[in-house]
Each structure stands twice: as structure tokens, then as C-alpha cells.
Design a binder for this molecule. Structure first.
Ligand code: P1T
Length: 391
């Protein structure tokens, strides 16, 4: 598909030519593990579904086009994607990473790759690029950031970080899960690799666990990842590829709706007497508001806020949300609410959580695309329960 099509057109058509055998407009689920060969080594581009499957290939092409990248790879989870990217590094490498990160990615760095591959990671805020430069060692091979981060929604300057990586010959990786390519395109800002938990906004319907990687150029990194994708084998099934491909078709309108609802809810929370502080990139009070305005086309659907109180208040508030389901994950059509310290970021040691700011009164919400008035009424009801106990 030509790169000149706009986002929504690509989301609906990229990688998805009508199927040649039948004319099916929608890419079928090619539920096959293997492909017949008329003669040894002669095939139609597919030989075994780990190395390539037409449904997965359609999704990989669509993801690559949406990120304006050269090549995409679909994985069985976001962590499978991240884990395979880490296989690019030789034993004993050093990573420079952001100091607010999905708990599972932190666990992968600290409790898996540290032991199995001698990976050392330094966590910094990337606000001071000279400090970041100083943290680079002889063994540093890769920079890994999320922006906005999970769960504190920090926003970092991708262009500046990509330049730093390039100056020092480091691979740059951006986890673009929270923003999605509709809102932010790290590869255009110079990043080498984008990773996603496609479980989230890309799929958008909370019915799949999936991961995605897109590389900027058809270069050595792309070749090496293609090799690792097949050699490690943590890839996405044809059925799940079909579901994510279907979800992508509405990514643009979903992200508009998520952002619109989230802005309204963030303003409601900011004005609420039982809320201590709200973190949302679309609010002028957000510390990175100006950067977010430049780097992101919309503020997105994730809000983090601090309740007045501690663990007991958080529990009562969360137990009284009904339309907001108390659940891990994010990015679906339905609104979710969670407690990072107990749920998504429990794998980060308490001391580190405390230093980062993931406190017991911190609540994260994934704003869905329901009617915003119903969402606000649900939060208001939970605040009502809090008011009762504080009397
Ligand atoms: O869950 P999985 O598809 O393996 O993706 C891992 C992952 C990677 N990157 C980011 C930014 C993520 O948020 C996640 C998963 N996050 C959650 C499950 C969560 O509730 O935050």
C-alpha cells in the first residue's frame, strides 16, 4: 500500500488486498500450520506458519504502515515482543531506560534478563539529556523508553533521545502502547524500533493478548529481528492476528473518542475535592503539557490520579466503581480502573515504587468510549462512598 494514504485509510486497507483465490474482501483466518510445496524448497511465499502466515503478515504490514515503518512483526504478547527485541543484545549489555515503566517490562529486565543475559539497566528520567549522556557506559547498547509512561504518564522528548542514541551508536526502542501510532510516531522522530502491547489500543476490544514490533528501516536490525521472530517463535496466531487487524480498522475513531472522554474526566477529577492531584497530558497542570502538545496529536485515554487518603480510601473508592471495571489492562472500548501498587506494578519492589511515586493513593484509569456522563456518574458514586466513611 502506498505510504501516501492517510491514517484511517491505511488502518482499513494496508496489507489487506482482497484475497486472490475467492475475492474475500476481509483477510481470512489462515488456520494452517504448514503449506504444500510442489517440489522441495518451491513455495508460494509460505512454508510453515511460524516463519510466515498470511493473516499475520497482513497485520504486520498494516502495523508497519501505521507507524510509517519499514517492517512489522506480530507477537503472542507485548512482553514476547519486548523479550525478542532484547535478544538483539549481546550478553552483558547495558540498557538506559526510563524510570517509570510497565511493571512487567521492569520484571523482564531485572528478574529475567539480568540473570539469563547479564543485562544491566539504569533507570533515569531523560529530562536532562546531558545526565542521560553521562549515564552511557562502554557496554551500553540500547535506550528503552515509554511515553506517556505507565502509570505516571510522564512524557519525554523522543526526538532528543533518538539523537542521543544515534550519536552513541545505540539502538533506540519506544514502547508506543499508550499513545498508539494515531497519536505519536516515534519512528518519524528517529527511533529505530517501536514495540506495543497490541493487547491494548491496537486491538481495542479486550479480547486478545498480542504484541507488535515495527522497525524504521529495512536494515540489519530488521533482518536480525526477522531471524529472531522465527528462531525464538513467540508469534501471534492467525485467529488473534485477524482480531487485531479488525480492531485496527477503528483505531482512529476510537482514539479520538478515548481522548475526548478522558479530557472531560480529567477536568472533572481535577476539580474534585477528594482528589489530591491528576496526571493527564491534556491538562495544562501536567508537567510535560507543552511537550505533549507538540509530540502527541491527542492526549490519549489514560489518566492517573492521587486520591486524598491512603490504601483504605483507595480500596473503598475502587470497590464502589461499577461501570469502571476494576481490572488490569487498558485500551479497550470499556473503561477500566486499577490500583498500580497492588495490581499492574506489584512486581516493582516497594522501595522503588515509593521512589518513583507509585503510592497507595494512586489510581489509574483507562477511559473507554462509553457515554462520558455515565462514566462521571460512576466516579461520583464511588466518591460518595468515600465521603460516607470520612464522616
Ligand atoms: O500484557 P502484554 O500484552 O504482554 O504487554 C505488556 C505491556 C507492555 N508495555 C506496556 C506499556 C504495557 O502497558 C504492557 C501491559 N500492561 C498492562 C497489562 C497494564 O495493565 O498496564
Amino acid at each position: 500500500m502506498t505510504k501516501s494514504y492517510r491514517f484511517s485509510t491505511k488502518a482499513i486497507h494496508s496489507g489487506q488486498e482482497p484475497e486472490p483465490a475467492t475475492g474475500a474482501v476481509i483477510t481470512p483466518i489462515f488456520a494452517t500450520s504448514t503449506f504444500v510445496q510442489p517440489s522441495p524448497g518451491v513455495n508460494k511465499g509460505y512454508e510453515y506458519s511460524r516463519s510466515g502466515n498470511p493473516t499475520r503478515k497482513a497485520l504486520e504490514q498494516c502495523n508497519a504502515d501505521l507507524e510509517n515503518g519499514a517492517r512489522g512483526f506480530a507477537f503472542s504478547s507485548g512482553l514476547a515482543a519486548s523479550s525478542t527485541v532484547l535478544e538483539l543484545l549481546p550478553h552483558g549489555s547495558h540498557i538506559l531506560s526510563i524510570n517509570d515503566l510497565y511493571g512487567g517490562t521492569f520484571r523482564l529486565f531485572e528478574r529475567v534478563r539480568k540473570n539469563s543475559a547479564g543485562i544491566e539497566t539504569t533507570y533515569i528520567d531523560f529530562k536532562d539529556i546531558d545526565a542521560a549522556r553521562k549515564a552511557i557506559r562502554d557496554t551500553t547498547r540500547l535506550i528503552w523508553v515509554e511515553t506517556p509512561t505507565n502509570p505516571l504518564l510522564k512524557v519525554v522528548d523522543l526526538e532528543q533521545i533518538a539523537l542521543l542514541a544515534r550519536d552513541h551508536g545505540l539502538i533506540s526502542v519506544c514502547d508506543n502502547t499508550f499513545a498508539t501510532p494515531y497519536i505519536q510516531k516515534p519512528l518519524e522522530l528517529g527511533f529505530d524500533i517501536v514495540v506495543h502491547s497490541a493487547t491494548k489500543y491496537l486491538n481495542g476490544h479486550s479480547d486478545v493478548v498480542a504484541g507488535a514490533v515495527v522497525v524504521r528501516e529495512q536494515n540489519e536490525i530488521a533482518d536480525r529481528l526477522a531471524f529472531l521472530h522465527n528462531a525464538v517463535g513467540a508469534l501471534l496466531s492467525p485467529f488473534d492476528s485477524f482480531l487485531v487487524l479488525r480492531g485496527l480498522k477503528t483505531l482512529a475513531i476510537r482514539m479520538e473518542a478515548h481522548s475526548k472522554n478522558a479530557l472531560t474526566i480529567s477536568q472533572f477529577l481535577e476539580n474534585h475535592p477528594l482528589v489530591e492531584k491528576v496526571l493527564y497530558p491534556g491538562l495544562p497542570s501536567h508537567p510535560d503539557f507543552s511537550l505533549a502538545n507538540i509530540q502527541m496529536s491527542l492526549p490519549g485515554g489514560m489518566i492517573t490520579f492521587f486520591l486524598k487518603g491512603g490504601i483504605e480510601e483507595s480500596r473503598i473508592f475502587l470497590e464502589h466503581c461499577h461501570l469502571f471495571s476494576l481490572a488490569e489492562s487498558l485500551g479497550g472500548a470499556e473503561s477500566l480502573i486499577e490500583h498500580p501498587a497492588i495490581m499492574t506494578h506489584a512486581s516493582i519492589p516497594a522501595e522503588t515504587r515509593k521512589k518513583t511515586g507509585i503510592s497507595d493513593n494512586l489510581i489509574r484509569i483507562s477511559v473507554g468510549i462509553e457515554d462520558v456522563n455515565d462514566l462521571i456518574a460512576d466516579l461520583e458514586n464511588a466518591f460518595g462512598a468515600l465521603r460516607k466513611i470520612s464522616k
